[in-house]
Design a protein around this ligand. Structure first.
Ligand code: ADP
Ligand code: MG
Ligand code: ZN
Length: 477
C-alpha cells in the first residue's frame, strides 16, 4: 500500500534578548555555571516576575512576519512538572490564549509556492540544564532558567521531509531576518519536535501520530522523520497499530526509540499565572512594532526580481540573509549595474565567504569598493579578467580603493590601437602554422590568436579592440 506522510512541527526559538524573560539576569551563553541567576529565576519565595518588553516585541514581530493574528489580550499560565533543572517546579508559558495564532509561513520548494499554517506562537521560558558528564554526579546549571523562548506550532500541513526542512529553513531565515534570534540549530537556538503520522494515500483522516524529540540539525530532522515514517509503515503492514507516544531520535544509531507513552504523558496541570498581569497589545504598540519591522524576505525577493531585473534564482540567493541583501543592494547602487553586481556577489563574494568561513558583515571588501570595481570594468578602464584576478584579490589584502590599486599596479586596460596592432602583428608572425591552418578554413583558431595576444599584453588589452584588429588583419592577409 502507498502511504502519505503527515508532519506537524513544534519549534522552540531562543530569543536573543540581552536579559531573561522575567528578570534582569544576563542571557549570555557560556558564563560560569549558576552566575547568571537571581532570586526570581531561582524561584526564591516572595520573588515576583516582570515581563521583559523586548520578549513581547519579538513575539509580535514574529507574529506579524508570519501573517499571524495578534491577540489583543493574552495571559500567562504555569506549566507544572517536576524536574531537577526546574527550580520553580513549573515553567511560565501560555496556554489557552497565546499571543499569536492563525498564521502561515510561505516559501518556495522546487519552484512551487508552499504554505504551512501556524496554530499558534506563544512565549515561554527555558529550563536550566542538567550536566551528567562530570564524574558520576549530576550537576545543575541554572543560567538558562528563564531565558526567553517562542514556541511556534504548525498545523499538520507538511507532506515530505523536504517540505519539513524547507519550512524550518524559512522559519530560521525569518527569525534571523527580523533580528529576534540567531536561529542556530546546532547550538540549540532553534529546537524542533516533529509530530509524525502516515495514512493510506488518498485517505482524508489522519493516522495516529508519534512525537519525535532531540533533533539538532536540518539533516537530523529529515532523517528522523524518514526513519519514523518507515517504522510506522512496517508496524501497520505487519498488522500492528501505532501507539501515540514520544520518541527520541538517536543520532548515533540513526533510529527513534520510545521515551514515554500517552499513559505516561505529563499532566501539566496548567493554570493561570497569578504573578503576571495580562498582556495588552494596544493598537499603538502594534503600530510601533510594525514600523520597526524590516521589509520581509519574500517581499524583498520579489522587489529584487522586479527592480533589478535579475532571475528569480538570483533574487532568492541574494535575499537568503538580510546582511547579504543589504550588501547586494549597495553594490548594485554604487556600480549602477545590477546584473553584474548579482554575478559578482553570487560568484566571487559568496565563494570567498565560504572559503574563509566568514559572514558578509566581516567581508574585507565593502560594497562601495566592489561597486566601484564593477564601474571600472563598465567604463573600460580595466578588463573583467583583471578585475577578478588582480583587483579583487588585492582588495582582500588591503583597504585601498580599486582605482588606486589599478594605478599603482599599472592594471589599466590598454586601448591604444597602435600598441595592440603591434602585438597582433607579432602573434601572427610568431605562429605561421596556425595562421596557415586558419587560412585553410580552421576558423576556430581565431580564439587562439586572441588568447596569445592577450597573454602577451598580460591580460590588460581591451578584448574588443583585439577582436576588431585581429579580424581586420586576418581578412586582409
Ligand atoms: P496536543 O495539544 O495534543 O499537543 P496539538 O493539536 O497541539 O496536539 O498538536 C501538536 C502538534 O502535532 C501540531 O504541530 C500538529 O500539527 C501536530 N499533529 C496533530 N495531529 C497530527 C497527526 N495526525 N499527524 C502529524 N502531526 C499531527
Ligand atoms: Mg503540543
Ligand atoms: Zn534572574
Amino acid at each position: 500500500m502507498e502511504y502519505e506522510l503527515v508532519v506537524g512541527l513544534e519549534v522552540h526559538c531562543q530569543l536573543n534578548t540581552t536579559t531573561k524573560a522575567f528578570c534582569g539576569c544576563s542571557t549570555e551563553f557560556g558564563a560560569p555555571a549558576n552566575t547568571n541567576v537571581c532570586p526570581i529565576c531561582l524561584a526564591m519565595p516572595g520573588s515576583l516576575p516582570v515581563l521583559n518588553k523586548r520578549v513581547l516585541e519579538s513575539a509580535i514581530k514574529l507574529g506579524l512576519a508570519t501573517n499571524s493574528k495578534i491577540r489583543k489580550r493574552s495571559t500567562f499560565a504555569r506549566k507544572n512538572y517536576f524536574y531537577p533543572d526546574l527550580p520553580k517546579g513549573y515553567q511560565i508559558s501560555q496556554f489557552e490564549d497565546p499571543i499569536c495564532y492563525d498564521g502561515r509561513v510561505e516559501f518556495e520548494l522546487d519552484g512551487k509556492p508552499m504554505s504551512v499554517r501556524l496554530i499558534r506562537i506563544h512565549i515561554e521560558e527555558d529550563a536550566g540544564k542538567s550536566i551528567h558528564d562530570i564524574g558520576t554526579e549530576t550537576y545543575i546549571d541554572a543560567n538558562r532558567c528563564g531565558v526567553p523562548l517562542l514556541e511556534i506550532v504548525s498545523h499538520p500541513d507538511i507532506r515530505s521531509t523536504k517540505e519539513a526542512s524547507a519550512y524550518l529553513q524559512k522559519l530560521r531565515q525569518i527569525v534571523r531576518w527580523i533580528g529576534i534570534s540567531d536561529g542556530n540549530m546546532e547550538e540549540g537556538s532553534l529546537r524542533c519536535d516533529a509530530n509524525v503520522s502516515i495514512r493510506p494515500k488518498g485517505s482524508e483522516t489522519f493516522g495516529t501520530r508519534t512525537e519525535i524529540k532531540n533533533m539538532n540539525s536540518f539533516k537530523n530532522v529529515e532523517n528522523a522523520i524518514l526513519y519514523e515514517a518507515e517504522r510506522q509503515k512496517q508496524v501497520l503492514e505487519s498488522g500492528g497499530k501505532i501507539v501515540q507516544e514520544t520518541r527520541l531520535w538517536d543520532v548515533d544509531k540513526l533510529e527513534t526509540r520510545p521515551m514515554r507513552s500517552k499513559e505516561e504523558a505529563h499532566d501539566y496541570r496548567y493554570f493561570p499565572e497569578p504573578d503576571l498581569v495580562a498582556i495588552e497589545a494596544t493598537e499603538e504598540f502594534l503600530a510601533h512594532i510594525k514600523a520597526e519591522l524590516p521589509e520581509l524576505p519574500e517581499v524583498r525577493r520579489a522587489r529584487f526580481e522586479r527592480d533589478y531585473k535579475i532571475p528569480a534564482y538570483d533574487a532568492g540567493v541574494l535575499t537568503a540573509d538580510r546582511d547579504l541583501a543589504d550588501y547586494y543592494e549597495d553594490v548594485a547602487r554604487v556600480s549602477g549595474n545590477a546584473k553584474a553586481a548579482s554575478n559578482w556577489v553570487m560568484g566571487d563574494v559568496l565563494r570567498t565567504l565560504k572559503e574563509k568561513m566568514i559572514d558578509v558583515k566581516n567581508f574585507p571588501i565593502d560594497a562601495k569598493r566592489l561597486g566601484e570595481t564593477i564601474a571600472l570594468v563598465d567604463k573600460g578602464v580595466i578588463s573583467n579578467d583583471i578585475a577578478k584576478k588582480q583587483v579583487f584579490p588585492a582588495m582582500m589584502e588591503s583597504s585601498d580603493a580599486p582605482s588606486s590599486i589599478v594605478e599603482s599596479r599599472g592594471l589599466a586596460q590598454v586601448s591604444d590601437m597602435g600598441a595592440i596592432e603591434q602585438v597582433v602583428n607579432e602573434i601572427l608572425s610568431l605562429n605561421p602554422s596556425q595562421l596557415n591552418s586558419y587560412k585553410a578554413g580552421k576558423k576556430n583558431l581565431f580564439g587562439f590568436f586572441v588568447g596569445e595576444a592577450m597573454k602577451q599584453m598580460k591580460g590588460k588589452a581591451n578584448p574588443q579592440l583585439i577582436n576588431d584588429i585581429l579580424k581586420r588583419k586576418l581578412e586582409t592577409i
